[in-house]
Ligand binder design. Structure first.
Ligand code: PDD
Length: 286
């Protein structure tokens, strides 16, 4: 049975318990991170911990662990399956006060959970055929830059996309396509990669930033600008990115083919450099 870290202890998942008064459970009052690990080496760990810091600041909660402590917990959990590909999940909530009250509790310790699970390799059909998406109205709040566990809108939108037979929902606010329900969004037009700029209406994805860095290094032009949803319909390529799913080509959007309906040449180029980055990370070369 996999071990997890909960509030300073390492224990089997089946023995990890929190109070029903935990504010994560009652209010969704907490934040989280998902960190991919290749060959035992976390991808862009400092950037994930920076984003955690920003999320905690956004909900006015002190970081319960310092960098060294987060790193040590993650290392210990990874030691259970050395050298493998894993996804680290970590969550911090505002803890469990003696009674339910919307106001911040005083003197209550946060709840800290960290766990690891094997990261599944990408299914071959994703590179061969791509994935499908539907556009849906963004129902979320106005602080989507905070990686909050309060994911009800994301859950409803993802389920609505599945009910429509699609792999992901692309969320649209005021006519602008922002991101997926759990992924960032890119389009390619005439060889140029476009993605919405960071701000409060989308999550600053670590995979997004890595993809932009790798694309620029490979000489692929990139532009960060607001994306009117209508541009998706005429894009040559559409992509979605996340820590657990890398950069995926979207080949069907709202039931119609994107470009020629197959993963495009710019995605293939980007994916080659992305897979090379993973290989270098596994060897300890990045
Ligand atoms: N989700 N946008 C949203 C709303 C997300 O939930 C995620 C990631 C991303 C991509 O961010 P990153 O590249 O840092 O994973 C963008 C994680 C994987 C999840 O909720 O499981």
């Amino acid at each position: 049975m996999a071990e997890v870290y909960l509030n300073g202890e390492y224990l089997p998942l089946s023995e990890a318990r929190i109070s029903v008064l935990d504010r994560g459970f009652l209010f969704g009052d907490g934040v989280y991170e998902v960190i991919p690990v290749y060959g035992g080496r976390p991808l862009r760990l400092p950037q994930h911990l920076d984003r955690l810091e920003n999320s905690l600041r956004g909900i006015r909660l002190d970081n319960p662990l310092d960098r060294g402590q987060w790193g040590a917990v993650i290392e210990r959990l990874l030691a259970a399956a050395p050298g493998t590909d894993q996804a680290i999940y970590l969550q911090v909530t505002r803890g469990a006060p003696p009674e339910r009250d919307h106001l911040f509790p005083v003197g209550v310790a946060p709840t800290v959970l960290v766990m690891a699970k094997p990261l599944k390799p990408r299914a071959p059909q994703i590179a061969e055929r791509g994935v499908s998406a539907v556009t849906l109205e963004d129902l979320r709040w106005l602080r989507c830059d905070i990686k909050a566990v309060t994911l009800l809108a994301n859950v409803l939108l993802r389920q609505a996309s599945a009910d429509a037979g699609a792999d992901e929902a692309i969320l649209v606010r005021d006519g602008l396509a922002q991101e997926g329900s759990s992924s960032n969004l890119f389009l390619v037009k005439d060889g140029v990669i476009h993605t919405p700029p960071k701000g409060q209406l989308l999550l600053a994805g670590i995979t997004r930033d890595l993809a932009l860095d790798l694309a620029r290094e490979a000489g692929l032009p990139c532009v960060e600008r607001p994306l009117p949803v209508a541009e998706l319909a005429t894009a040559d390529e559409v992509w979605l990115s996340s820590s657990t799913r890398e950069v995926m080509p979207v080949t069907r959007l709202d039931g119609a083919a994107v470009g020629d309906g197959l993963p495009g040449p710019v995605w293939r180029r980007l994916d080659t450099v992305y897979q090379d980055y993973k290989a270098r990370l596994r060897r300890g070369d990045v």
